[in-house]
Design a binder for this molecule. Structure first.
Ligand code: ADP
Ligand code: MG
Length: 245
């Protein structure tokens, strides 16, 4: 893929106290690329995601989004968080707000949109994730899969340049996983730049341009899915794949 880098991490190191949680991470994510991050529990996948929108600070190295270093604080940081959409395992919707409000609130607060404008955009996005008819419900009235699709719509409403997904289907009942993965597949087809931490290997095979395999805070392999799944190089990856496939 011709690289037009949207995210660049250079020699990134992060510690939690004495724990060296990210070691010499070098990663470039091109515009429109889908990078799936896999690896054992505790290998640093969530931390990696969280550094990319500065939910975590780093001790050394550099991270830039669209050619600009991550801002330290203040307005720049709020703008960055809007540009880097994040979807977590837990959906974190506002329980006492309708689905529509959940998607509109940050647009009004962070993007400065008028309520009517925000609501219109929210309805478009709810339609896109298959929830047009649920706009006036409250989160508790929705299934887990539906709530996660609202969370995706909410992130998209900020017009992000990139979407980070950290195990978006791990908390879902099995029958709801596909409806969320399908929304993500569609986003990928529409050209969204995505970094996705997941154990869904079917998704990795079909949607990813690259698979990044992490172990012990290091990127051990960074290859195409075909190449990775048919011919993992490292013992760590072979061992991991033998346990999950
Ligand atoms: P993964 O997402 O791959 O399971 P994480 O990034 O969550 O891994 O965690 C990587 C390592 O950092 C683990 O050993 C975890 O226990 C540790 N860790 C994560 N968050 C914190 C924290 N806030 N403080 C201290 N240690 C943490
Ligand atoms: Mg994690």
């Amino acid at each position: 893929m011709a690289v037009d880098p949207l995210i660049e991490l250079r020699d990134v190191n992060k510690y939690y106290g004495k724990l060296h949680v990210l070691t010499d991470i070098n990663l470039t994510v091109g515009r429109g690329e889908v990078v799936v991050v896999i690896g054992p529990s505790g290998s640093g996948k969530s931390t990696l995601c969280r550094t990319m929108n500065r939910l975590e600070t780093i001790e050394s190295g550099s991270i830039s989004i669209d050619g600009r270093p991550l801002p330290e604080e203040g307005k720049g940081l709020a703008a960055l968080r809007a540009e880097v959409g994040m979807v977590f395992q837990s959906f974190n919707l506002f329980a006492h707000r309708t689905v529509l409000d959940n998607v509109s609130l940050a647009q009004i607060k962070v993007r400065g949109r008028k309520k009517e404008e925000a609501d219109q955009r929210s309805r478009e996005l709810l339609d896109r994730v298959g929830l047009a008819s649920q706009a006036d419900k409250y989160p508790a009235q929705l299934s887990g899969g539906q709530q996660q699709r609202v969370a995706i719509a909410r992130a998209l409403a900020m017009d992000p340049k990139v979407m980070l997904f950290d195990e978006p289907t791990s908390a879902l009942d099995p029958e709801m996983i596909n409806e969320v993965l399908e929304v993500m597949q569609q986003l990928a087809r529409d050209g969204m730049t995505m970094v996705v931490v997941t154990h869904e290997m079917g998704f990795a095979r079909s949607a990813a341009n690259r698979v990044v395999f992490m172990a012990d805070g290091k990127i051990v392999e960074d290859r195409t899915p075909d190449d990775f799944f048919t011919n993992p190089h490292s013992e760590r990856a072979k061992d991991f794949l033998s346990k999950i496939l």
